[in-house]
Design a protein around this ligand. Structure first.
Ligand code: ADP
Length: 324
C-alpha cells in the first residue's frame, strides 16, 4: 500500500478532525501518501481529492466538525455510483481508504469492498455511541460534556422557579447520551429507548420526588425514547395529570454535535487513526478500529454493523438510586 485515502461520512462529530490528522500523520510517518476525500462518498464519486501532507493538518486537533466536510450520498448506494468512485480512486492511485463515520458509512464501505476487493478500515465517528465493538465512538464524550453543561444551566433556572424541565437529548435509537449525561447532571428521571419506564411510573416518580421535598426536577429524555409520546405531548400529559407541576421543554438539538473535542476524544482519535493506517499496512481490511477495556481493538466491520451496543444495566440501577 502506497497511497491511503481518508474521508468523513454521514453525521459529523467532534474528534473527526483529530482522526483525520492522525491518519494523515501516520501515513507520513510511514512514508506513504495520503489523500483527503472531500464530502464523503459523494466526493469519491466526483473525484474531489486533495493530497494531504503532515503540515496540512496543523491546528485542527482542537476543532469540531470536519475539514473534509461530510455528506450523505444517494448515488453511492447505486452500483453506477460505486463504479465511478472506484474509477476515481484507481485514477488517483489510491489503494486503500479509511472511512470515519457511522454504521451507514461502514455498510457502504463493506459493499464497495465486496465489489472491488478494495482494502478499507472504519473509524467510528458519531456522538450517539451506538456502534458495536467500541466502548466509545468519536464525539460521544464531547457530546456528554456539552449536554451536562447545558443541563447544569437549565437546573439554575429550574430551581429558581420551582419548575420541572424535560430535556430532550440526541442519540437516535440509543440511550447512551441520555443515561450517562442524565446521571452526570443529576436528573430525577431518564427516559431511554432501551427501557420502557411507562407513563404511570413516570407520574409516580415525579409525585414521590415532590413529596420528598424536591422543588424542581430535570427529566432527561432520549430522542428515540419509546414511551409513546414526543417530548411536547409528554409535557401536556404530565401537566394534565399532575397540575401542581409547571413543565418546560428544552430540546438541545444540534449543539450536541459541535464544539471543540474533549481531551478524551482527541486522544481516542489519535489512537484509532494510527491503528487504522497501520492495520492497512499489515494487509488487513474490513475492520473497525475501536476501544475495548481501554485497548485499541479491531472488530470485523460486519459485526460492528450488525451487533448492538448494549446499555450498561449497572447505570440504570445507579440512576434509580441517585434519584432517591
Ligand atoms: P452514518 O454513517 O452516520 O450512519 P448514513 O447512514 O447517512 O450515516 O450513511 C452515510 C453514507 O454511507 C450514505 O450517504 C451512503 O452514501 C453510504 N451508505 C449508507 N448505507 C449504504 C448502503 N446500504 N449501500 C451503499 N452505501 C451506503
Amino acid at each position: 500500500i502506497k497511497k491511503v485515502g481518508v474521508l468523513t461520512s454521514g453525521g459529523d462529530s467532534p474528534g473527526m478532525n483529530a482522526a483525520i490528522r492522525s491518519v494523515v500523520r501516520t501515513c507520513a510517518y510511514h512514508n506513504i501518501e495520503c489523500i483527503g476525500i472531500y464530502r464523503g462518498y459523494q466526493g469519491m464519486i466526483e473525484g474531489d481529492f486533495k493530497e494531504m501532507g503532515p503540515r496540512s493538518v496543523n491546528n485542527i486537533v482542537n476543532k469540531g466538525g470536519t475539514i473534509l466536510k461530510s455528506a450523505r450520498s444517494l448515488e453511492f448506494k447505486t452500483p453506477e455510483g460505486r463504479k465511478k468512485a472506484h474509477e476515481n480512486l484507481v485514477k488517483a492511485g489510491i489503494d486503500a481508504f479509511v472511512v470515519i463515520g457511522g454504521d451507514g458509512s461502514f455498510t457502504g464501505g463493506l459493499l464497495f469492498n465486496s465489489e472491488y476487493n478494495f482494502p478499507i478500515m472504519g473509524i467510528p465517528g458519531t456522538i450517539d455511541n451506538d456502534i458495536f465493538g467500541t466502548s466509545h465512538t468519536l464525539g460521544y464524550d464531547t457530546a456528554l460534556n456539552t449536554v451536562v453543561d447545558c443541563i447544569d444551566k437549565i437546573r439554575d433556572t429550574a430551581s429558581s422557579h420551582n419548575r420541572l424541565f424535560f430535556v430532550e437529548v440526541m442519540g437516535r435509537d440509543a440511550g447512551h447520551i441520555a443515561l450517562n449525561a442524565g446521571i452526570g447532571a443529576g436528573a430525577e428521571e431518564i427516559l431511554i429507548p432501551e427501557e420502557d419506564l411507562g407513563l404511570d411510573r413516570l407520574l409516580e416518580s415525579l409525585q414521590k420526588s415532590k413529596a420528598s421535598g424536591k422543588s424542581s426536577s430535570i427529566v432527561v429524555i432520549a430522542e428515540g425514547d419509546k414511551i409513546g409520546k414526543n417530548v411536547f405531548e409528554l409535557k401536556d400529559y404530565v401537566e394534565a395529570n399532575l397540575p401542581e407541576y409547571d413543565v418546560r421543554v428544552s430540546v438541545l438539538g444540534h449543539m450536541q454535535r459541535g464544539g471543540s473535542p474533549s481531551c478524551f476524544d482527541r486522544v481516542l482519535a489519535s489512537r484509532l487513526g494510527v491503528r487504522a493506517v497501520e492495520s492497512l499496512l499489515e494487509g488487513k481490511s474490513n475492520y473497525m478500529v475501536g476501544l475495548q477495556n481501554d485497548k485499541v481493538t479491531l472488530t470485523p466491520l460486519e459485526q460492528a454493523i450488525k451487533g448492538k451496543s448494549e446499555i450498561d444495566r449497572e447505570l440504570l440501577r445507579v440512576s434509580e438510586i441517585m434519584s432517591t
